[in-house]
Design a protein around this ligand. Structure first.
Ligand code: HEC
Length: 116
């Protein structure tokens, strides 16, 4: 029983009052976001951003955790696989021909609101 205590404390901290529930973003708010790494920002601006900041594209808006959190539960490997293979209206590789799988993984983290 004593060993369970630290885990319980961690779980409580994870959903404590410090973490506000995610709010939806407008396409303009989404479009104002960019990865902090300039090289990644360039890849993002040249591909993902064209769809992932446009409501009509049916793509989850960058930075909008209300859209990304349900997808994030699939796990990063599954999200990377979707980006590599394409999904629905998203072409394979997210239309980024120079992106490595590692770039895609970092782009997904950024877009899902989990850059840190
Ligand atoms: C041509 C438009 C378009 C471009 C460009 C694009 N996406 Fe997407 N993306 C979509 C759409 C539409 C969906 C939703 C697909 C669905 O749910 O059927 C999506 C969904 C996703 C998902 C969620 C997959 C899942 O399993 O739920 C990830 C991850 C993703 N995109 C990553 C990227 C990355 C990274 C880039 C840039 C390298 C990118 N996308 C570029 C349109 C695009």
């Amino acid at each position: 029983m004593r060993r369970l205590l630290p885990i319980a404390t961690l779980l409580l901290a994870a959903c404590g009052p410090g973490e506000a529930p995610p709010k939806p973003l407008t396409p303009a708010e989404s479009a104002a976001l960019a990865p902090s790494d300039p090289q990644l920002a360039q890849l993002y601006a040249g591909s993902c951003k064209a769809c992932h900041t446009v409501a009509d594209s049916q793509a989850p808006l960058t930075g909008d955790r209300t859209k990304w959190d349900p997808r994030w539960t699939k796990g990063e490997a599954a999200l990377l696989a979707s980006a590599l293979q394409g999904m629905g209206k998203m072409p394979a590789g997210g239309q980024c021909f120079e992106c490595t799988p590692d770039d895609l993984k970092r782009l997904i983290r950024f877009m899902a609101g989990r850059e840190q």
